[in-house]
Design a protein around this ligand. Structure first.
Ligand code: FES
Length: 119
């Protein structure tokens, strides 16, 4: 099996601590987002485990007001950035689905070849 190449999304330093960016990848435009907590980046499918709606309440707005947790715009569920677990709200205990990314030479790369596995 050939090694996954991925597609460049943005520079890693374009995502500030406590911020996130949304992207649509692959032939069917799967919605994902990349969030930063300190030095680490985390990527998830942009789909709430409660009823499946996108999380962002405005373009690229995935965090709560305190910039501590990810928040779902539909019913306000809160998710830990580090592992996507819902810690408060109607889907408590469920998790966001992580999406594989890497940082190469300062650029965030998503393995969009795998997008179909998440649709
Ligand atoms: S759809 Fe996200 S909390 Fe209900």
């Amino acid at each position: 099996m050939p090694e996954a190449q991925g597609t460049a999304l943005c520079r890693a330093d374009e995502i500030a601590d406590g911020a996130a960016r949304g992207f649509a990848i692959g032939p069917r435009r799967l919605r994902i987002f990349v969030a930063r907590r300190g030095g680490a980046l985390y990527a998830y499918v942009n789909r709430c485990p409660h009823v499946g709606t996108p999380l962002d309440w405005a373009p690229d707005e995935f965090f709560d007001r305190e910039r501590r947790h990810l928040v779902c715009a539909t019913h306000g569920a809160l998710f830990r950035v580090e592992d996507g677990e819902c810690i408060a709200g109607p889907c408590q205990g469920d998790r966001l689905e992580p999406f594989p990314i890497a940082v190469r030479d300062g650029v965030v790369v998503a393995f969009d070849e795998l997008a179909a596995d998440f649709e």
